[in-house]
Design a protein around this ligand. Structure first.
Ligand code: ADP
Ligand code: TMP
Ligand code: ASP
Length: 237
Protein backbone atom coordinates (compact mmCIF):
# COMPACT_ATOMS: atom_id res chain seq x y z
CA UNK A 1 0.00 0.00 0.00
CA UNK A 2 1.60 3.31 -1.10
CA UNK A 3 1.44 6.51 0.93
CA UNK A 4 0.08 9.30 -1.24
CA UNK A 5 -0.32 12.50 0.76
CA UNK A 6 0.01 13.54 4.38
CA UNK A 7 -3.54 13.99 5.62
CA UNK A 8 -2.71 15.00 9.19
CA UNK A 9 0.39 15.41 11.33
CA UNK A 10 -0.42 14.95 14.99
CA UNK A 11 1.87 15.26 17.97
CA UNK A 12 3.08 11.66 17.81
CA UNK A 13 1.80 10.15 14.56
CA UNK A 14 1.36 11.18 10.94
CA UNK A 15 -1.48 9.92 8.82
CA UNK A 16 -1.28 9.41 5.03
CA UNK A 17 -3.87 8.73 2.38
CA UNK A 18 -3.37 5.67 0.17
CA UNK A 19 -4.67 4.49 -3.19
CA UNK A 20 -7.59 2.95 -1.28
CA UNK A 21 -10.01 5.71 -0.18
CA UNK A 22 -11.00 3.58 2.82
CA UNK A 23 -7.46 3.04 4.16
CA UNK A 24 -4.76 5.20 5.73
CA UNK A 25 -1.15 4.63 6.64
CA UNK A 26 -0.39 5.66 10.19
CA UNK A 27 3.26 6.49 10.91
CA UNK A 28 4.40 6.31 14.51
CA UNK A 29 7.10 8.93 15.08
CA UNK A 30 9.57 9.21 17.96
CA UNK A 31 8.00 12.54 18.91
CA UNK A 32 6.58 12.46 22.41
CA UNK A 33 4.21 15.05 23.79
CA UNK A 34 2.61 15.71 27.14
CA UNK A 35 0.41 18.44 28.57
CA UNK A 36 -1.30 18.91 25.17
CA UNK A 37 1.93 19.74 23.38
CA UNK A 38 3.38 21.76 26.28
CA UNK A 39 6.27 19.32 26.72
CA UNK A 40 7.93 17.76 23.68
CA UNK A 41 10.85 15.40 23.06
CA UNK A 42 12.10 12.88 20.53
CA UNK A 43 12.67 9.48 22.10
CA UNK A 44 14.71 7.04 20.08
CA UNK A 45 12.84 3.80 19.19
CA UNK A 46 9.54 4.94 20.69
CA UNK A 47 7.75 5.00 17.31
CA UNK A 48 8.72 1.43 16.56
CA UNK A 49 7.84 0.14 20.04
CA UNK A 50 4.44 1.87 20.02
CA UNK A 51 3.58 0.75 16.48
CA UNK A 52 4.29 -2.88 17.33
CA UNK A 53 2.72 -2.76 20.79
CA UNK A 54 -0.43 -1.18 19.37
CA UNK A 55 -0.69 -3.85 16.64
CA UNK A 56 -0.38 -6.56 19.31
CA UNK A 57 -3.05 -5.03 21.56
CA UNK A 58 -5.45 -4.28 18.70
CA UNK A 59 -5.20 -7.91 17.61
CA UNK A 60 -6.15 -9.06 21.13
CA UNK A 61 -9.11 -6.66 21.13
CA UNK A 62 -10.26 -7.79 17.68
CA UNK A 63 -10.03 -11.42 18.83
CA UNK A 64 -12.37 -10.47 21.70
CA UNK A 65 -14.89 -9.09 19.18
CA UNK A 66 -14.09 -5.38 19.49
CA UNK A 67 -14.19 -3.65 16.08
CA UNK A 68 -10.85 -1.86 15.48
CA UNK A 69 -9.36 0.18 12.64
CA UNK A 70 -6.23 -1.99 12.50
CA UNK A 71 -5.58 -3.75 9.19
CA UNK A 72 -1.91 -4.74 9.31
CA UNK A 73 1.60 -3.79 10.34
CA UNK A 74 3.46 -2.64 7.25
CA UNK A 75 6.87 -1.70 8.64
CA UNK A 76 8.61 -1.06 11.96
CA UNK A 77 6.89 2.30 12.31
CA UNK A 78 3.86 2.08 9.97
CA UNK A 79 0.46 0.44 10.13
CA UNK A 80 -2.37 0.27 7.63
CA UNK A 81 -5.71 1.27 9.20
CA UNK A 82 -9.28 1.87 8.16
CA UNK A 83 -9.97 5.54 7.51
CA UNK A 84 -12.45 6.61 10.19
CA UNK A 85 -14.54 9.72 10.54
CA UNK A 86 -13.14 10.48 14.00
CA UNK A 87 -15.40 11.57 16.83
CA UNK A 88 -13.61 14.41 18.73
CA UNK A 89 -14.24 12.82 22.11
CA UNK A 90 -11.80 10.89 24.32
CA UNK A 91 -13.22 8.04 26.39
CA UNK A 92 -11.33 7.32 29.61
CA UNK A 93 -11.77 4.43 32.03
CA UNK A 94 -10.01 4.55 35.39
CA UNK A 95 -9.43 1.48 37.57
CA UNK A 96 -7.12 3.29 39.98
CA UNK A 97 -6.95 7.04 40.69
CA UNK A 98 -4.05 8.87 39.04
CA UNK A 99 -3.47 12.01 37.01
CA UNK A 100 -6.21 14.56 36.51
CA UNK A 101 -8.84 12.88 38.70
CA UNK A 102 -6.54 13.30 41.70
CA UNK A 103 -6.21 17.03 41.01
CA UNK A 104 -9.92 17.51 40.25
CA UNK A 105 -11.40 15.51 43.10
CA UNK A 106 -8.62 15.70 45.68
CA UNK A 107 -8.10 11.96 45.90
CA UNK A 108 -4.79 10.24 46.53
CA UNK A 109 -2.97 8.56 43.67
CA UNK A 110 -3.35 4.80 43.95
CA UNK A 111 -6.90 4.73 45.33
CA UNK A 112 -8.83 1.73 43.93
CA UNK A 113 -11.90 2.80 41.97
CA UNK A 114 -14.50 0.11 42.38
CA UNK A 115 -16.42 -0.01 40.13
CA UNK A 116 -14.11 1.62 37.58
CA UNK A 117 -15.13 5.11 36.55
CA UNK A 118 -15.72 6.56 33.08
CA UNK A 119 -15.01 10.10 31.87
CA UNK A 120 -15.34 11.99 28.59
CA UNK A 121 -12.99 14.70 27.32
CA UNK A 122 -13.17 16.94 24.27
CA UNK A 123 -10.20 16.38 21.95
CA UNK A 124 -8.98 19.97 21.73
CA UNK A 125 -5.35 20.80 22.61
CA UNK A 126 -5.95 24.58 22.59
CA UNK A 127 -8.57 24.10 25.33
CA UNK A 128 -6.47 21.41 27.10
CA UNK A 129 -8.96 18.63 26.43
CA UNK A 130 -11.69 19.82 28.81
CA UNK A 131 -13.86 17.28 30.56
CA UNK A 132 -17.35 17.09 29.03
CA UNK A 133 -20.51 15.08 29.61
CA UNK A 134 -23.06 13.34 27.41
CA UNK A 135 -25.27 16.43 27.29
CA UNK A 136 -22.44 18.47 25.74
CA UNK A 137 -21.94 15.77 23.10
CA UNK A 138 -25.67 15.88 22.34
CA UNK A 139 -26.02 19.69 22.32
CA UNK A 140 -22.98 20.24 20.10
CA UNK A 141 -23.78 17.27 17.87
CA UNK A 142 -20.38 15.60 18.25
CA UNK A 143 -22.04 12.18 18.31
CA UNK A 144 -25.49 10.67 18.65
CA UNK A 145 -26.77 9.15 21.89
CA UNK A 146 -26.53 5.71 20.31
CA UNK A 147 -22.90 6.34 19.35
CA UNK A 148 -22.05 7.50 22.88
CA UNK A 149 -23.65 4.36 24.29
CA UNK A 150 -21.58 2.20 21.92
CA UNK A 151 -18.33 4.04 22.72
CA UNK A 152 -18.98 3.62 26.45
CA UNK A 153 -19.83 -0.04 26.12
CA UNK A 154 -16.79 -0.74 23.95
CA UNK A 155 -14.49 1.21 26.30
CA UNK A 156 -15.61 -0.99 29.23
CA UNK A 157 -15.26 -4.16 27.11
CA UNK A 158 -11.68 -3.10 26.37
CA UNK A 159 -11.18 -2.87 30.15
CA UNK A 160 -12.32 -6.47 30.67
CA UNK A 161 -9.89 -7.72 28.00
CA UNK A 162 -6.87 -5.59 28.86
CA UNK A 163 -7.09 -5.63 32.66
CA UNK A 164 -6.69 -9.40 32.46
CA UNK A 165 -4.05 -9.30 29.72
CA UNK A 166 -1.90 -6.96 31.84
CA UNK A 167 -2.68 -8.71 35.14
CA UNK A 168 -1.32 -11.92 33.62
CA UNK A 169 2.07 -10.23 33.15
CA UNK A 170 2.08 -8.55 36.57
CA UNK A 171 0.97 -5.11 35.40
CA UNK A 172 -1.92 -2.99 36.73
CA UNK A 173 -4.00 -1.21 34.07
CA UNK A 174 -4.55 2.04 35.98
CA UNK A 175 -6.39 4.04 33.29
CA UNK A 176 -6.50 4.61 29.53
CA UNK A 177 -7.91 6.81 26.80
CA UNK A 178 -9.62 5.55 23.66
CA UNK A 179 -10.75 7.33 20.51
CA UNK A 180 -13.48 6.09 18.20
CA UNK A 181 -14.68 6.92 14.71
CA UNK A 182 -17.33 5.98 12.18
CA UNK A 183 -16.65 3.50 9.40
CA UNK A 184 -19.50 2.84 6.98
CA UNK A 185 -22.01 3.58 9.71
CA UNK A 186 -20.35 1.55 12.47
CA UNK A 187 -18.46 2.72 15.55
CA UNK A 188 -14.89 1.43 15.38
CA UNK A 189 -11.95 1.81 17.78
CA UNK A 190 -9.28 4.04 16.24
CA UNK A 191 -6.02 5.74 17.19
CA UNK A 192 -3.77 3.65 19.45
CA UNK A 193 -3.45 1.73 22.66
CA UNK A 194 0.11 2.17 23.88
CA UNK A 195 1.95 3.40 26.96
CA UNK A 196 1.53 6.92 25.52
CA UNK A 197 -2.21 6.88 26.24
CA UNK A 198 -2.63 4.81 29.37
CA UNK A 199 -1.14 4.27 32.80
CA UNK A 200 0.51 0.97 33.62
CA UNK A 201 2.11 0.13 36.97
CA UNK A 202 4.14 -2.90 37.95
CA UNK A 203 1.75 -4.82 40.21
CA UNK A 204 4.38 -5.59 42.87
CA UNK A 205 6.41 -2.40 43.04
CA UNK A 206 3.90 0.05 41.50
CA UNK A 207 6.74 1.32 39.28
CA UNK A 208 5.28 3.50 36.50
CA UNK A 209 5.73 1.95 33.06
CA UNK A 210 3.99 4.60 30.95
CA UNK A 211 4.10 8.22 29.80
CA UNK A 212 4.03 9.48 33.39
CA UNK A 213 7.78 8.71 33.32
CA UNK A 214 8.05 11.44 30.67
CA UNK A 215 5.51 13.82 32.25
CA UNK A 216 7.20 13.58 35.66
CA UNK A 217 10.85 13.44 34.44
CA UNK A 218 11.35 10.01 35.98
CA UNK A 219 13.78 8.86 33.24
CA UNK A 220 13.86 5.49 31.50
CA UNK A 221 10.80 6.27 29.37
CA UNK A 222 11.60 4.11 26.34
CA UNK A 223 13.06 1.41 28.58
CA UNK A 224 9.70 1.21 30.39
CA UNK A 225 7.73 1.04 27.11
CA UNK A 226 10.10 -1.69 25.95
CA UNK A 227 9.65 -3.62 29.21
CA UNK A 228 5.86 -3.55 28.72
CA UNK A 229 6.25 -4.79 25.13
CA UNK A 230 8.59 -7.56 26.20
CA UNK A 231 6.37 -8.69 29.06
CA UNK A 232 3.43 -8.81 26.62
CA UNK A 233 5.51 -10.90 24.22
CA UNK A 234 5.54 -8.31 21.42
CA UNK A 235 8.20 -9.11 18.82
CA UNK A 236 10.37 -5.98 18.62
CA UNK A 237 12.89 -7.41 16.12
P1 ADP B 1 -2.90 14.14 18.18
O1 ADP B 1 -3.86 14.54 17.08
O2 ADP B 1 -3.60 14.02 19.51
O3 ADP B 1 -1.70 14.99 18.22
P2 ADP B 1 -1.54 11.80 17.03
O4 ADP B 1 -0.20 12.43 16.86
O5 ADP B 1 -1.59 10.46 17.61
O6 ADP B 1 -2.52 12.65 17.93
O7 ADP B 1 -2.22 11.86 15.60
C1 ADP B 1 -3.04 10.88 15.11
C2 ADP B 1 -4.33 11.53 14.61
O8 ADP B 1 -5.02 10.62 13.76
C3 ADP B 1 -5.28 11.88 15.72
O9 ADP B 1 -5.86 13.14 15.47
C4 ADP B 1 -6.36 10.80 15.66
O10 ADP B 1 -7.62 11.26 16.11
C5 ADP B 1 -6.37 10.48 14.17
N1 ADP B 1 -6.76 9.10 13.88
C6 ADP B 1 -6.51 8.01 14.60
N2 ADP B 1 -6.98 6.89 14.00
C7 ADP B 1 -7.56 7.30 12.85
C8 ADP B 1 -8.23 6.62 11.79
N3 ADP B 1 -8.38 5.31 11.80
N4 ADP B 1 -8.75 7.37 10.78
C9 ADP B 1 -8.59 8.72 10.76
N5 ADP B 1 -7.94 9.41 11.72
C10 ADP B 1 -7.43 8.72 12.76
P1 TMP C 1 -5.70 12.22 32.76
O1 TMP C 1 -5.39 11.65 34.08
O2 TMP C 1 -4.68 13.22 32.27
O3 TMP C 1 -7.10 12.75 32.66
O4 TMP C 1 -5.62 11.03 31.68
C1 TMP C 1 -6.27 9.80 31.90
C2 TMP C 1 -5.66 8.77 30.97
O5 TMP C 1 -5.98 9.06 29.62
C3 TMP C 1 -4.14 8.72 31.02
O6 TMP C 1 -3.71 7.38 30.83
C4 TMP C 1 -3.68 9.56 29.84
C5 TMP C 1 -4.82 9.37 28.86
N1 TMP C 1 -5.08 10.57 28.07
C6 TMP C 1 -4.36 10.78 26.91
O7 TMP C 1 -3.51 9.99 26.55
N2 TMP C 1 -4.63 11.88 26.18
C7 TMP C 1 -5.55 12.79 26.53
O8 TMP C 1 -5.73 13.78 25.82
C8 TMP C 1 -6.30 12.56 27.76
C9 TMP C 1 -7.36 13.55 28.21
C10 TMP C 1 -6.04 11.45 28.48
N1 ASP D 1 -2.02 12.87 25.29
C1 ASP D 1 -2.05 14.27 25.64
C2 ASP D 1 -0.88 15.01 25.03
O1 ASP D 1 -0.02 14.41 24.42
C3 ASP D 1 -2.15 14.47 27.13
C4 ASP D 1 -0.94 14.03 27.95
O2 ASP D 1 -0.34 13.01 27.65
O3 ASP D 1 -0.64 14.69 28.94
O4 ASP D 1 -0.80 16.20 25.15
Amino acid sequence: MKKIAELYKGKAKSVYTTDDADKLVMVYRNDTSAFDGGKLAKLDRKGMINNKTNAFIMEKLAAAGIPTHMEQLISDTESLVKKLDMIPVECVVRNIAAGSICRRLGVTEGLDLSPPTFELFLKNDALHDPMINEYHIRSFGWATDAEVEQMKELTFRVNDVLKKLFADIGILLVDYKLEFGRYHGRIVLGDEFTADGCRLWDAQTRKKLDKDRFRQDLGGVVEAYEEVAQRLGVNLN
